[in-house]
Design a protein around this ligand. Structure first.
Ligand SMILES: *[C@@H]1O[C@H](CO)[C@@H](O)[C@H](O)[C@H]1NC(C)=O
Ligand SMILES: *[C@@H]1O[C@H](CO)[C@@H](O)[C@H](O)[C@H]1NC(C)=O
Ligand SMILES: *[C@@H]1O[C@H](CO)[C@@H](O)[C@H](O)[C@H]1NC(C)=O
Ligand SMILES: *[C@@H]1O[C@H](CO)[C@@H](O)[C@H](O)[C@H]1NC(C)=O
Ligand SMILES: *[C@@H]1O[C@H](CO)[C@@H](O)[C@H](O)[C@H]1NC(C)=O
Ligand SMILES: *[C@@H]1O[C@H](CO)[C@@H](O)[C@H](O)[C@H]1NC(C)=O
Ligand SMILES: *[C@@H]1O[C@H](CO)[C@@H](O)[C@H](O)[C@H]1NC(C)=O
Ligand SMILES: *[C@@H]1O[C@H](CO)[C@@H](O)[C@H](O)[C@H]1NC(C)=O
Ligand SMILES: [Ca+2]
Length: 541
């Protein structure tokens, strides 16, 4: 009797819950479809307004192919809104808001990459699944080239900063209209160009975000573009006699880098914990005698490798951009050392700096560097010497950088950190009050690599298999810092076996806050407790 009585009650409760759930789903759907964005965003054109149930594999038939994002699985129930919003009489942004049914009250802006043109749908899915009202934009143009910037400074300006700001101000208005409540806190997350966008926002629109994750930031952008352009004249074209093939970079050179530097941290694991202490000597691979084999380098090739790993300097020896860090060669060879113009730099000079599609990347030299710097198109540089306003209103920023980054040398972020220290006349512990930088060993550009690289940083790496908690997830760490005052001391990254969370954890490491260095204490090196963050002794604290 009793058991069937309870069964009836349980069934009734379950049915009621289901009805409540169904009712709120249809309410949410109705609320979604009744949103009138033009009331809030003047002159905007609505292209999509739809309720999307969690689990839907959404397709984007109009998204340009070069963005390589034809579809996205949506993790949780959302109201999806897409708009075209003008930014001038000759420019506009494509804007998306993914407004979750289970809203935490938080707002999240997402960034872009390269010289895109591409909405990061994976970050919209990630943010909305964690309860953020999440917005993204195409940064003012579509696709992965800069052709749209040719003779149109408005498109360049959108790319440099205006698209993000427009996206945030529009996104906050729409979030408030939709939920009838302003967001409680506003966050940003981006990597690479997206890291730069976050730092630029902190500099010129310090009220836009309460918290910013700025990964592998493309700061000092003009000089970054020149540094990347500098490799083609160094390597020569694929057909030149001393061209170093991707195969040679992959095997011969990368293996020699590991041979010289992997063990400096006490553990032979393919991870160079701190590449700043790796003084790589390519001479070790020089052919002994006139042999022509793939097992050694000619004298000219030794010089090429040396130049690749040297700082990029002006004629008077002043630094333009720091050296590529060793450990990145496998993937750097695919783009930066491919014996062809690096497309992002090539486009920037052709369509933005010189407005000359016939500009020839093989002639790149220091005059081009100076021209790009002097022009600073759309004020894209992003090299603030102070973020005092952002700090004074309570803003918090977390930066991270993969220590085997193959696209933006990780040596540039310590340089930026030191630039802020000097500009703000701060000590590291003073900077720590609002800006913390974590060096992620064994991570390539923004994600992947031999190290413990899964940190909840978005970009498709999302939060694969890791909990949304401050210790393991950089976005959760930012939320805890902003809302609870708990600042992260370390960020624990995870490496899954074969990068597949279903196969289990292969390694975890608690990455240190700069300028501390992860130091091996002994024991199982795949466990975080076998390492400690210690002062390097080479940096004045
Ligand atoms: C909206 O469009 C009108 C007419 O084209 C224009 O005059 C006005 O400046 C635009 N407003 C905004 C905010 O873009
Ligand atoms: C989503 O749909 C596309 C085709 O539209 C398909 O290629 C892809 O595998 C699907 N993804 C999932 C996870 O089902
Ligand atoms: C960019 O693509 C979107 C579709 O994803 C389209 O609605 C928009 O008009 C395009 N923008 C430009 C400037 O071509
Ligand atoms: C290199 O040589 C191949 C075949 O000889 C040719 O097809 C290719 O265009 C050349 N590439 C460059 C960049 O000169
Ligand atoms: C090595 O030998 C091959 C084939 O004989 C030749 O094509 C290549 O140019 C030589 N490379 C160097 C660096 O001398
Ligand atoms: C670029 O300049 C190089 C060196 O002067 C020359 O060999 C090459 O043909 C030029 N490329 C184009 C596309 O004009
Ligand atoms: C919030 O702060 C308290 C006290 O500093 C700390 O014990 C707690 O773990 C923090 N909670 C979160 C979610 O960060
Ligand atoms: C070391 O730690 C890793 C990660 O926790 C674990 O998978 C592995 O089995 C451990 N190795 C030994 C020898 O205990
Ligand atoms: Ca190592």
């Amino acid at each position: 009797m009793a058991s069937s009585y309870y069964f009836v009650i349980a069934t009734l409760v379950a049915t009621c819950l289901h009805v409540i759930n169904a009712a709120s789903t249809s309410d949410f759907q109705a609320k979604c479809l009744s949103l009138k964005p033009r009331q809030y965003i003047r002159n905007s054109t609505r292209t999509v307004l739809e309720y999307v149930p969690g689990g839907t594999n959404l397709t984007f038939p109009d998204n340009v192919a070069s963005c390589s994002r034809p579809n996205q699985v949506v993790a949780s129930d959302i109201c999806r809104l897409a708009l075209s919003i003008p930014t001038s009489h000759r420019s506009s942004i494509t804007f998306e808001a993914w407004l979750p049914r289970d809203w935490t009250g938080r707002f999240l802006g997402t960034g872009n990459g390269g010289i895109d043109g591409c909405i990061k749908y994976e970050d919209l899915a990630y943010g909305s699944s964690q309860g953020f009202a999440t917005v993204g934009s195409n940064n003012g143009h579509n696709g992965t080239t800069a052709i749209a910037m040719l003779n149109n400074l408005d498109v360049t300006t959108d790319f440099a900063w205006r698209s993000l700001h427009k996206m945030v101000t529009s996104g906050k208005k729409l979030t408030k209209a939709f939920y009838q409540k302003s967001p409680t806190k506003s966050y940003y997350m981006g990597c690479s160009l997206g890291g730069r966008q976050g730092i630029k926002a902190a500099e010129i629109f310090p009220h836009d975000f309460d918290g910013i994750v700025a990964g592998s930031p493309a700061v000092d952008f003009n000089n970054l573009v020149s540094w990347r352009a500098s490799f083609f004249p160094i390597t020569g074209s694929v057909n030149s006699s001393n061209f170093i093939t991707a195969d040679t970079w992959d095997t011969l050179i990368h293996n020699e880098v590991l041979n010289q530097c992997d063990g400096l941290d006490g553990v032979l694991d393919g991870i160079i914990e701190d590449p700043t202490i790796c003084s790589f000597r390519p001479e070790a691979m020089a052919c002994s005698g006139p042999t022509n084999t793939t097992d050694c380098l000619t004298p000219t090739q030794v010089e090429i490798v040396k130049r690749v790993f040297s700082p990029f300097l002006r004629e008077d020896g002043e630094l333009i951009y720091p050296a590529m860090q060793p450990g990145s060669e496998i993937y750097a060879a695919e783009k930066l050392y491919a014996g062809a113009p690096f497309s992002y730099s090539d486009d920037w000079f052709k369509y933005v700096v010189y407005s000359n599609p016939n500009w020839n990347a093989s002639t790149f030299n220091l005059k081009d560097t100076a021209a790009a710097e002097a022009l600073n198109p759309g004020d894209i540089q992003t090299w603030p010497s102070s973020l005092a306003t952002f700090q004074s209103i309570g803003g918090k920023m977390i930066s991270f950088h993969g220590q085997q980054d193959n696209q933006i040398t990780s040596f540039n972020t310590p340089r930026f950190y030191d630039h802020l220290l000097r500009g703000m006349r701060a000590t590291t512990s003073e900077l720590d009050e609002f800006f913390r930088f974590f060096r992620i060993s064994g991570m390539y550009h923004c994600n992947s690599g031999p190290g413990a690289w899964v940190l909840g940083q978005g970009g498709g790496a999302s939060a694969k298999g890791i909990p949304f908690v401050p210790q393991n997830n950089v976005l959760a760490a930012l939320v805890a810092w902003v809302e609870n005052g708990t600042a992260p001391e370390t960020i624990t990254g995870t490496k899954f076996k074969n990068d597949d969370p279903t196969q289990g954890i292969s390694l975890q490491r608690s990455h240190c806050k700069y300028p501390l260095r992860n130091t091996y204490l002994g024991g199982n090196s795949s466990r975080p407790e076998s390492w400690a963050c210690l002062p390097t002794g080479t940096i004045e604290l």
